[in-house]
Design a protein around this ligand. Sequence first.
Ligand SMILES: [Zn+2]
Length: 267
Amino acid sequence: MPLAEPMQTALLFGILGLLIGSFLNVVIHRLPRGLSVVSPPSACPACGRRVRALENIPVLSFLLLGGRCRGCAGRIGWRYPVVEALTGLLTAFSAVQLGWGPQLLPGLLLLWALLALTFIDLDTQLLPDAITKPGMLLGVLLNTGVWYGMGQPLFASPLSSLLGLLLGYGSLWLLAMAYLKLTGKHGMGFGDLKLLGMLGAWLGWSAVPMILFIAALTGGLVGIALLAAGRGRHYAIPFGPYLALGGWLMLLWPQQIIHGYFSLLGG
Ligand SMILES: [Zn+2]
């Protein structure tokens, strides 16, 4: 039920997304290193020069500074503006899709958590407990307590949320154990289990097989593309980003994806 024009919604949440993206850069950099995400303020990693407010405008500052630190002229990684722009675009798009309602802010919170997890996994092959564990708890709480008084569930019924947590964690645990039995190697990190458990807690049990399907499909396609480019063998391909992609798609289009999947099966 949109209360505002889609363009206004997109603009408003696009700007919010750029600012959140700037914060996600801090989270992505500091969380895996065990540093605080609130203090100290951002500084150039090369010369330690503190980033001033005017140098901290998402995307724009990077362009104005020519991608260089004003103190030491050291290069600023292009990843920073990319994360900001991507967060801005996906936040605007997701807000328009979710619409003005109780799902809006929790849905965006899930998107931001998934973005942080994606880039941390790409950097470190880890999905930090500091995000996935509170994420699991929050998913169950949002679907049971907070919104239950409104007469309708937020993303899933309380039972579906709990089953989703168990199914998400459990199904990957079984896969990981089977892989270990067959190959004698650990193919999957426990972070993947917790991430799928978290997505199940947020989106309900029926989202879990869909997310696994999307992750296996997209992960497989990228894996084949990397192999074809002759780079596959040297890259440990993390599974987290594909689970995150599946979770985001199921957040925005749960019914459409489930219907599409079953019509695909039905021929
Ligand atoms: Zn510097």
